[in-house]
Design a binder for this molecule. Structure first.
Ligand code: 2P0
Length: 330
């Protein structure tokens, strides 16, 4: 713990990959997903964030050594503002936030989940606000919905939709070692993303004829994945992961205009993972709002799956991650 009298704290949090994905927000305020999601926290992808209270007139935000743009400052400021409100008269001071991603260089992986989980953990300590893990998860969700899951380690469920209650928190379902697995991430390099997750899911919700069917399947898949995890049934969990990924992308592809995150190399990766599975490897694919291929593997098969995906034209590098731990102060 490094909470000092001067209001400075540093925290680390890990990225996560949703096996059962959410896509789309519930109507109304609070950044609540329209469907539940179930994730694995990744040991290998870490964000470290330091929050120091100061006497500036505004919050300052630095990401990987560079001053953040106005959108990021506004989003971070919203989270800090909630903590200032909870701290009450004990602190109205602005904060200086410095965040660094310990991700493999130029991995091109989204970092908002680990970033907001680390931010909430560090900022709460800097402002002297005691947050339960549930409250930390709720606040992280307001920064970025997937960040609610990165407060916890291991296997995590974030409720969504009408049944989620007004202000849902993610719930840890099982510890990191519940399954003997690794996530292989095959990084592709098609240049910067053209449509953000937020814009992509809004367009899908507003225009895709497959959005409502997607929400229905997402609910059923989350319940089934929860049961598969409880029974430690990796093959069932892997199948559900592939179904959820394809259904999410199908709903996005059918938006008007279609939201296309998958590239040729992504589809080649999916087919290769299935071929490896036919050859006896325990591996299942997914992809998020980008072209990179992720494969959930039995730990014993991860090196071979990484080597095979790494040899695919268009894959620039691979990394292998074990399930990771919760967000914490350092
Ligand atoms: C997920 N994704 O469940 C889904 C699947 C991407 C694909 O959560 O707008 O970072 O910052 O709340 O949560 C990405 O969206 O979006 C995401 P915001 P978020 O992991």
């Amino acid at each position: 713990m490094s909470v000092t009298a001067g209001g400075k704290a540093t925290a680390r949090a890990h990225a996560n990959i949703a096996l059962v994905k959410y896509w789309g927000k519930r109507a109304g305020a609070g950044n609540v997903p329209a469907a539940p999601s179930l994730s694995m926290t990744l040991d290998a992808l870490v964000t470290e964030t330091t929050v120091e209270l100061g006497d500036g007139a505004t919050d300052e935000v630095e990401l990987d050594g560079v001053a953040a743009g106005p959108d990021a400052v506004t989003r971070v400021g919203r989270v800090l503002g909630e903590l200032r409100a909870r701290a009450g008269s004990t602190s109205t001071r602005m904060a200086c936030v410095k965040s660094r991603n310990f991700f493999p260089t130029a991995s091109g992986l989204a970092s908002s989940a680990s970033a907001y989980a680390a931010l909430v953990t560090a900022a709460a300590a800097a402002y002297g606000v005691e947050l339960s893990p549930e409250d930390a998860s709720r606040l992280a969700r307001k920064g970025s919905a997937s960040a609610a899951r990165s407060i916890h380690g291991g296997w995590v469920l974030l409720p969504g939709g009408d049944e989620a209650g007004p202000d849902p928190a993610a719930e840890p379902l099982a510890p990191p070692d519940a399954l003997d697995v690794a996530m292989v991430v095959a990084i592709t390099d098609p240049g910067p993303k053209k449509v953000s997750s937020r814009d992509g899911m809004t367009l899908t919700a507003e225009t895709s004829p497959y959005y409502q069917p997607w929400l229905a399947t997402a609910r059923a898949d989350a319940a089934a994945a929860r049961a598969a995890l409880a029974a430690r049934e990796l093959p069932r969990l892997g199948e559900l992961m592939e179904q959820s990924c394809l259904a999410m992308h199908a709903s996005a592809l059918a938006a008007r205009p279609g939201v296309i995150y998958l590239r040729g190399v992504t589809l080649d990766g999916f087919l290769l993972v299935r071929e490896l599975r036919r050859g006896g490897r325990s591996c299942w694919f997914t992809a998020d709002a980008g072209p990179h291929v992720k494969a959930l593997c039995a730990r014993a098969d991860a090196a071979q799956v990484a080597a095979a995906l790494g040899a695919l034209p268009g894959v620039t590098r691979t990394l292998v991650s074990a399930p990771g731990g919760k967000a914490h102060l350092v």
